[in-house]
Design a protein around this ligand. Structure first.
Ligand SMILES: Cc1cc2nc3c(=O)[nH]c(=O)nc-3n(C[C@H](O)[C@H](O)[C@H](O)COP(=O)(O)O)c2cc1C
Ligand SMILES: [Mn+2]
Length: 491
């Protein structure tokens, strides 16, 4: 069974010793970050701050704050209910490998699989725990322990929301995790970067000229897979809740909102309903971001809250980003593993990929390929620069199939041995991550691909390529047999 909601997941984390409760009073301003950062860097557990408070506002919150819930490989595996993320990748592979049935028996064999696919679609339900309390009057965000994460942040930020919008063009839903800066008790920023689904919907509102407002719903706290779905770089118009249903092997249950024509997870902890307005664009930021630097103040739409629905005793979920590694590294890692089979469908030559934590996802990707023709590494670079998510990759290092991309020592050793920089580095121009701070212009800059594969005569390399040094296997075997008796390297 998949987790119905956040609480079921928390109970599982607790059984596994992966969740620690803090009874001490901790300030939402900076103190929670300092504690979580230390725990995060040490590979520690998820944290439930039971007594958040604000000295500045003289508030003791009655709502607890959960953080770092996906901040380790183990917790990510628990979230996806798998012994290994490779199993999730295999399930996706199987789904993509479904061949059209040839005969009667093939058809019968396929039926359960097709039924399974059909069962992933989100399910509309009449009611859910997120409707236990409905607040239309006296709406206030001040009840929630919303953190100010870093000293120079422009304010407090909701950092782990699921922002639901509907495309004015296609009517399709999008769900994205975009931070919300608290402006006042019922207004926040809406930090959807220009390449993201929500921003595209907002642009269509303007293009169509049929109104100035677009409805938005924000869910905070849900089952872990639904929460993860907000950060997945899915192709435009592929519903994140459908994908979450596939990953959790059970549909996401949705309820209608009270004041907007949108649906939200019925088992969410908190939902904010409201709208963004083409005529209300405000400064947002600065914010201590996942690059490890502050992202500068910029202009984003304001989100006006028209209704809050929640559980009677909601749990507020947060995350912090900052100098790596942090919780978001593990989210990125899950994305990397889950998407590898999809990538391989389009590019079967891809063997493996890795984005080291310090490369902040978009700064460095290492990818191994089975090279089949001259210029193959450059083909892979160009293809990656055209994909959602991977399009932002600033430095792409392509290595041969026999290099272990997860072993940075091996990558460094082989990649730098194999390049003649002037020949093997490819520069190009294109869109860059909105958080990129070194590019010549915001959102537009250069990218670098490094062809670190062995060079072939058909690529103009006419010198001899040397062989990698390896010991004779017979000798290895002989020394293996002797090894213990030599008494070397004993501890
Ligand atoms: C913790 C965390 C916070 C994020 N905050 C933002 C944000 O404020 N704005 C943004 O555009 N993307 C943010 N992202 C990245 C998006 O969630 C991600 O690009 C996602 O794929 C967007 O979904 P979409 O393609 O449906 O727009 C964040 C990711 C994580 C893991
Ligand atoms: Mn999307």
């Amino acid at each position: 069974m998949s987790y119905k909601d956040l609480r079921e997941f928390m109970a599982q984390l607790e059984r596994e010793g992966e969740l620690k409760r803090l009874a001490a009073e901790v300030d939402v301003d900076l103190e929670m970050t300092e504690i979580t950062d230390r725990v995060s860097k040490a590979g520690g557990p998820a944290l439930l701050f039971e007594k958040p408070r604000s000295v500045k506002d003289r508030v003791a919150y009655s709502i607890p704050l959960l953080i770092n819930m996906l901040g380790s490989k183990r917790r990510m595996e628990l979230a996806l209910q798998t012994a290994s993320l490779e199993d999730v990748a295999r399930r996706i592979d199987d789904l993509l490998d479904m061949k059209p049935p040839e005969g009667f028996f093939d058809k019968v064999r396929l039926l359960p699989k097709l039924a399974e696919v059909g069962s992933f679609f989100p399910k509309s339900v009449k009611d859910g725990p997120v409707k236990e309390v409905i607040e239309r009057e006296n709406i206030s965000l001040a009840q929630f322990p919303i953190m100010k994460c870093w000293p120079q942040d422009g304010g407090r930020f909701i950092t782990f929301p699921l922002v639901v919008t509907r495309s004015p063009k296609t009517g399709r839903r999008n769900v994205g995790c975009y931070r919300l800066q608290v402006y006042d008790e019922r207004t926040t920023g809406m930090h959807w970067q220009i390449h993201k689904g929500g921003a595209e919907h907002f642009r269509w509102l303007e293009r169509q000229g049929k109104g100035r407002r677009m409805e938005v719903a924000v869910a905070i706290g849900a089952d872990p897979v639904t929460m993860l779905s907000g950060v997945l770089p899915l192709p435009e118009d592929l519903d994140e809740f459908l994908f979450a249903g596939f990953l959790r092997k059970e549909p996401v249950e949705l309820v209608k909102c009270e004041t907007v024509d949108l649906e939200v997870p019925a088992h969410a902890e908190i939902v904010l309903e409201g709208y963004v307005d083409l005529d209300d664009i405000r400064p947002e930021g600065p914010f201590g971001d996942h690059t490890g630097y502050y992202s500068l103040e910029d202009k984003f739409p304001a989100f006006h809250i028209t209704c809050i629905t929640r559980r009677r005793d909601p749990i507020y979920v947060s995350t912090i980003v900052g100098p790596p590694p942090m919780e978001d590294y593990w989210m990125g890692y899950a994305v990397e593993r889950i998407f590898l089979p999809l990538l391989r469908k389009q590019m079967p030559e891809v063997v493996d990929m890795h984005m080291p934590a310090e490369g902040i996802f978009h700064n460095l990707m290492i990818i191994s390929i089975r090279k089949s023709y001259p210029g193959h590494a450059r083909k892979v670079m160009n293809a990656l620069w055209g994909l959602p998510g991977a399009m932002f990759t600033k430095c792409l290092v392509v290595v041969d199939h026999d290099v272990d991309v997860h072993n940075l020592r091996e990558v460094t050793w082989k990649a730098f041995n194999h390049i003649d920089p002037e020949r093997d580095i490819q520069f190009t121009l294109g869109p860059v991550d909105q958080l990129e701070h070194a590019s010549r212009l915001p959102n537009f800059g250069s990218k670098m691909g490094v062809d670190a594969t062995r060079k072939w005569p058909s690529e103009g390399f006419t010198r001899l390529w040397p062989e990698e040094i390896k010991m004779d296997p017979e000798v290895k075997k002989k020394i293996d047999a002797l090894w213990e008796s030599l008494g070397l390297l004993r501890k």
